[in-house]
Design a protein around this ligand. Sequence first.
Ligand SMILES: Cc1cc2nc3c(=O)[nH]c(=O)nc-3n(C[C@H](O)[C@H](O)[C@H](O)COP(=O)(O)O)c2cc1C
Ligand SMILES: Nc1ncnc2c1ncn2[C@@H]1O[C@H](COP(=O)(O)OP(=O)(O)OP(=O)(O)O)[C@@H](O)[C@H]1O
Ligand SMILES: [Mg+2]
Length: 498
Amino acid sequence: MEIDKAIGESDDKRLKTKYNNAIFVIRRALSLYSSCIAIYFTDLCSIEEVAFSFNGGKDSTVLLHLLRAGYFLHKKEMSSSNGGLSSFPVRTIYFESPSAFTEINAFTYDAAQTYGIQLDIIRQDFKSGLEALLKANPIRAIFLGVRIGDPTAVGQEQFSPSSPGWPPFMRVNPILDWSYRDVWAFLLTCKVKYCSLYDQGYTSIGSIHDTVPNALLSVNDTSSKEKFKPAYLLSDGRLERAGRVKKNASVKNDVGSDSQKHEVLLASVIAVGDEILSGTAEDQLGLSLCKKLTSVGWSVQQTSVLRNDVDSVSEEVDRQRSICDMVFIYGGVGPLHSDVTLAGVAKAFGVRLAPDEEFEEYLRHLISEQCTGDRNEMAQLPEGITELLHHEKLSVPLIKCRNVIVLAATNTEELEKEWECLTELTKLGGSTSLMESKLLMTSLTDVEVAEPLSKLGLEFPDIYLGCYRKSRQGPIIITLKGKVHNTSSAFIYFLQDS
Ligand SMILES: Cc1cc2nc3c(=O)[nH]c(=O)nc-3n(C[C@H](O)[C@H](O)[C@H](O)COP(=O)(O)O)c2cc1C
Ligand SMILES: Nc1ncnc2c1ncn2[C@@H]1O[C@H](COP(=O)(O)OP(=O)(O)OP(=O)(O)O)[C@@H](O)[C@H]1O
Ligand SMILES: [Mg+2]
């Protein structure tokens, strides 16, 4: 088989290791999710329950050839057949979109013809398409060309069940641990065809709306048309997505810069911890944080407690960051397997986790040389969106990813210290001077107080009105919150009216 032969003849040891590991994963998946029986000279290889997600990109092109090689070796072992490989029996799915590059479409169709691939074209979004596919076919596992640097790889392993809310299947990622360099070493060593865009400076390909050639490959040329070197010449693979246009246009601005538009700044507080949900530990930070935020004039829109799960964190952070001015998240921060908060934040912003040298340096002072981005996941931060907030009172800086603040505090004392530094370093307390809140208690009954309160609400629509009681028989506690003069007027109006 030409791929196996090319790698066998190469003297790139690293490539050989990567290849062997990927083939191992593929063969493991084929044994788990297919059945092969050899009857005399006929091979009955049923791999109906496995699919390959192919989109003509470089990573999926690598995977295509690895799957061809893996299937060939798998079949050989099951049937001691030594024949060639003229067709590719794994169901292959392509989500075709009107915003795909024509070169990508052309290459995908070409590859299908060259390698005898039966292509299932799906013209729906990923989730609905997969739902329909799984309804019609008994698919249990899908091969993907996802690599560790991809934003969508955050939290994934070589075998990762699909996320909650997605149809149930196993995501199999044989090249998860491959680097950009490994991908190109493979394609060039095996001398296989790849999409022509990679020879025109494109290094990772999304849609026509969000992808341009990578500026790092630009060649200074006197002629008017800009020229680019081929993708395999990009020396720093971490910058393969530099040609992707960022998707964060809808995200709210950083704190303070947007404050003219809102009267009150909106916050969301998120705790991450299985032990809070199981009742083993009490969440004291949430209460304390809500009090602190309110005291400096913020309005806390929501508090939530999440499982230690990357997708739960990323979904909630994504939702809250777009509706609130600032999101505060704590719990699940550290190097343990359950510490997934930063991975969730990275996924919410569509970036990867990457070693941060500056942060590593701080951690090294704390926990000595054990701390490197490779060995300690705590030294990895969401790439390109993280700002470290230094304060002399903190041994490790606070982490701010756009409008999400990740607090490392694990108890109220630590929170106290982080909060103090945070208010000094940011404009968190910026709206205090404009805002005022008044508290009053009344022994009037619910029925007696209901009417004046609703009148007050109509008269002062900009004032926040809150009511609660500590017991059924006890007094009602009313809070009025809003701009300084407005709150006082509302207060007087209510006293006169009730
Ligand atoms: C076959 C397949 C399975 C996927 N499974 C999941 C999944 O389980 N969970 C998830 O959040 N996204 C899943 N996705 C979506 C991808 O993670 C990602 O959103 C997609 O590749 C789009 O990337 P882009 O926004 O860079 O184009 C899947 C995509 C494909 C093609
Ligand atoms: N439209 C699609 N149809 C089928 N599979 C897809 C599609 N988009 C993404 N995938 C799957 O997700 C994987 C990761 O996509 P990603 O864009 O990161 O890699 P790629 O397209 O193979 O290469 P590149 O990084 O150069 O774009 C693909 O290898 C493929 O398995
Ligand atoms: Mg792509």
